[in-house]
Design a protein around this ligand. Structure first.
Ligand SMILES: [Zn+2]
Length: 507
């Protein structure tokens, strides 16, 4: 409850000096005791980004908008770092507390609004025909075109679109953020996805020039089902998911602002990736501003699992590892590759990209190989159920996996998350011991611990050893039996090795 009321003018010079582009610090006139509360009321306005290429939000075309990061909110105060003062710099993403949003959006006549949460006043806005289609999509797993022509320009008598303005009402509870989109001419196709007995109302909203964007609805439905049932396999926490055809590749709770790609595989990987963010960061409440790898690593992991398993993409067309490792492999320098624990907001773009996406996903694939699929999934699900909505920090993730797996994995966390190092196994020796026995020595030169397959060929056979390290030992030997070995080759399922020339030995 409010214990005092004071009007503060942010245009006051002394207050402006007490802030930055993102934050404004306000000292309360009296300290706020534990378990007490204060009501803060803001008058504010928001300038919509007009850069059409803005990849997060803003003007999409002269009559379509995707709006996010648009209202003042209280920074997160956590028990590890205190106030989160990280600035939005177009690189780091979210760190938000969970809130209940009860909100209205008023737009000019002809505009439809799509937003985070449940839409409460459908029958005040939609005419009979559109309402019937909307309800059909809400209640069945069939895909329904709610608007499939320039609907709003065809006025009918009972169409409330004849109002000069319309107010859309939404409600979203216990969620970390809201975003909305509005257009006077976008098409709308929707369905309900059945996940574990719960319906997820799923929509694609797109420009009439991008008619094939409608196909993304099926990708979204498949992705939601895959995530709910397979990886992470914890159901789907949201009642809605809307993919809006903008210029971005950007997730918000229940909303994605996604570009329409030239090829279908890119639409698949983008759709799976952005929807998977439902879990990390949104459901868990990850501090991405400091530890982006704690959410993007999982998003790349889930994106890959869905792309190859639900959509049957090959590794070469899935973005992991090909896309996320490309710059790293091409870079002959360690400058991209700082330890993952480096705070995300101090990294420059290239190192931010690799340390937030490709590398953390590689660490998760290495860990999954080490623990096995089944134990890894048990650990993941336990971590999620224990830390859901509680802003887990890196150490919560590490200790949760240690506890659930009943293994001390500290050497692994140290290796992948704190240490420098690259992904580079080498064959350092192939030594014949007896006429029938050869010792092959592999060395982990780069330092990062990850699995390797060793193909050992003689004149007429090839044997494969799967080496999955369970310790941080750098040297590993294989005793190969058989006649003259002609070739030894290392192959790396999922985690690319940066130096190729030490991966093959030939007689
Ligand atoms: Zn992402």
């Amino acid at each position: 409850m409010p214990c005092w009321r004071e009007n503060i003018d942010v245009n006051n010079d002394s207050l402006l000096q007490y802030g930055d582009a993102t934050n404004l610090w306000l000292d309360l006139p009296k300290p706020l005791p534990t378990a007490d509360s204060v009501m803060l009321v803001f008058d504010w306005q928001y300038k919509i980004a007009t850069d059409m290429d803005s990849h997060r939000e803003g003007v999409i075309d002269s009559a379509s908008f995707f709006i996010a990061y648009f209202f003042p909110r209280i920074a997160v105060y956590d028990d590890v770092f205190g106030w989160n003062n990280t600035q939005y710099n177009d690189q780091v993403e979210f760190y938000n507390d969970f809130c209940n949003f009860d909100y209205t959006i008023t737009v000019p006549q002809y505009y439809q609004v799509w937003a985070t949460g449940d839409w409460l006043n459908t029958n005040e806005i939609l005419d009979k025909q559109a309402l019937k289609k909307y309800n059909a999509a809400m209640s069945s797993t069939r895909e329904v075109n709610i608007f499939d022509s320039l609907y709003y320009f065809q006025k009918s008598k009972d169409n409330t679109q004849t109002n000069k303005q319309n107010t859309f009402k939404f409600k979203a509870s216990n969620i970390s953020d809201i975003a909305f989109a509005a257009s006077s001419h976008y098409y709308w196709r929707a369905t309900s996805v059945d996940v574990k007995g719960k319906k997820v109302f799923t929509s694609v909203v797109y420009n009439s020039r991008n008619i094939s964007y409608a196909n993304i609805l099926d990708m979204a439905s498949k992705s939601i089902k895959y995530f709910a049932n397979e990886w992470p396999g914890t159901g789907f926490p949201f009642s809605h998911m809307t993919l809006f055809n903008g210029y971005g590749q950007m997730e918000f709770p229940m909303m994605c602002n996604d570009v329409h790609n030239e090829n279908v595989d890119d639409d698949i990987t983008l759709t799976t990736h952005e929807i998977s963010h439902t879990y990390f960061p949104f459901e868990m409440g990850i501090n991405e501003t400091r530890f982006a790898w704690m959410d993007e690593g999982w998003a790349v992991f889930f994106e890959y699992m869905a792309s190859v398993n639900a959509f049957k993409l090959k590794d070469s067309t899935a973005t992991y590892p090909a896309y996320y490792f490309k710059k790293y492999i091409a870079s002959k320098s360690l400058d991209l590759d700082v330890p993952m624990m480096t705070p995300s907001d101090v990294l420059f773009e290239k190192s931010y990209g690799f340390n937030s996406y490709g590398k953390p996903a590689a660490a998760l694939f290495a860990l999954k190989a080490m623990l096995g699929d089944s134990l890894f999934k048990i650990c993941l699900q336990k971590y999620m159920s224990d830390w859901r909505g509680k802003h887990p920090q890196p150490w919560d993730f590490f200790y949760s996996f240690n506890n659930t797996s009943k293994r001390n994995l500290n050497w692994f966390w140290q290796n992948w998350y704190y240490d420098w190092g690259r992904t580079d196994w080498a064959i350092t020796a192939v030594e014949k011991q007896t006429s029938n026995e050869t010792i092959i020595t592999l060395e982990n030169i780069g330092g990062k611990i990850f699995p390797v397959d060793v193909y050992i060929s003689t004149a007429d056979t090839t044997t494969v050893y799967h080496h999955i390290p369970q310790t941080n030992a750098r040297i590993f030997t294989i005793t190969a039996t058989g006649n003259d070995i002609t070739k030894v080759q290392l192959k790396f399922p999922l985690i690319p090795d940066v130096i190729k020339m030490n991966d093959v030995w030939e007689k």
